[in-house]
Design a binder for this molecule. Structure first.
Ligand code: FO1
Length: 319
């Protein structure tokens, strides 16, 4: 079976680990990773979501944190701070720096991001084919107003520096409108037997992947059933700032509203948590098959069960 998953960072990566636990040796997983969170710092290109998937599936992730490397040290960051060179609010560790140096060096030599990602994955062996959504630069910016001053900040500044404490007024995936899907992305979607939307952020993760011209259209046209898992449980995001960015696009932070936001054009099936069982009827009324099951990735077994249920729902809704 060929499975395609669109993924953001921590939630997507953890779900994919559960998915790997339930598929067979002949099944192939292709991950189309969000690159809208990418940021250029200290002359280096940092790809947080691609790295989170790569480290999580490759066994190098800082488990509790969910991003960055296990056993990390911060000597380079401290030296930069000593030179007064910022930003100091973004936690790049020494081991992680090496990844960004290799990536930036290869990009500078002319390799596209997709080839660089493949080369990095040669080391980590994540057990999935990890494709960036695009080789072109896309950067998610967030419009905010502070003390009467409106400005757009990089998504990482909104999330890591400002802790999403200010309302997001608009989400701007800069460059997405002219970006092209990376090699293999459209082919993987067209050839998929199942397409999954993990419990990633529907706006700044999966929404950004779908904003690359051609990707949404390919998912809509795909023969494969498309099943998503709600990142909203009991009216709040399991982690992250999905409530803030959903508000910016006029969508309520509820499992049912996120399903309707994707819509029946994209989704054939949707999983909500048991606490949101009352959403099942309204999601079904929108033309999307819906089941209420435990959706908290509390341990590997619970995560694997979620992945198994998503694949079962895909079989039930197969057209
Ligand atoms: N998240 C934080 O909350 N604080 C950080 O300092 C931070 C640094 C960081 C460095 C590399 C990386 O790959 C991820 C990092 N993240 C950090 C996570 C990241 O901000 C987001 O969680 C994702 O971009 C959203 O998926």
């Amino acid at each position: 079976m060929r499975i395609v998953a669109l993924a953001g960072g921590i939630g997507g990566a953890r779900f994919l680990r559960g998915l790997k636990d339930v598929v067979g040796p002949d099944d192939e997983i292709t991950v189309i990773g969000n690159t809208g969170d990418d940021i250029h710092l200290f002359g280096l290109k940092v790809c947080p979501d691609l790295d989170t998937v790569m480290y999580t599936l490759g066994g190098g992730i800082h488990e509790e944190q969910g991003w960055g490397r296990a056993g990390e040290t911060f000597a380079v960051k401290e030296e930069l701070v000593a030179y007064g060179v910022g930003p100091s609010w973004f936690g790049l560790g020494d081991k992680d720096f090496a990844t960004h140096i290799v990536r930036t060096q290869m990009l500078g030599a002319g390799y596209p991001l997709s080839a660089v990602t493949e080369a990095l994955c040669d080391r980590w062996q994540p057990g999935v084919r990890l494709l960036p959504m695009s080789d072109d630069r896309v950067e998610t910016h967030v419009r905010i107003t502070e003390e009467g001053r409106t400005r757009a900040v990089h998504f990482q500044e909104y999330w890591v520096k400002l802790h999403a404490a200010v309302d997001a007024e608009a989400i701007i995936p800069v460059g997405a409108d002219t970006a092209k899907p990376a090699p293999g992305v459209l082919e993987a979607i067209a050839a998929a037997d199942v397409i999954l939307f993990p419990p990633s952020n529907p706006v700044v993760s999966i929404g950004t992947v779908l904003a690359v011209p051609g990707i949404r259209e390919a998912v809509v046209a795909a023969a494969a059933p498309v099943v998503g898992l709600s990142p909203i449980v009991g009216g709040a995001p399991v982690r992250g700032m999905a409530d803030k960015v959903l508000a910016a696009v006029g969508v309520e932070a509820s499992a049912a509203a996120v399903a309707r936001h994707y819509g029946a054009e994209l989704l054939d099936g949707w999983l909500v948590d048991e606490v949101d069982a009352d959403a099942v009827e309204s999601v079904a009324a929108a033309g999307i098959a819906c089941r209420a099951v435990p959706l908290l990735m509390t341990d590997p077994a619970a995560t694997a069960a979620m992945a198994r249920t998503a694949l079962e729902l895909a079989e039930q809704v197969r057209r």
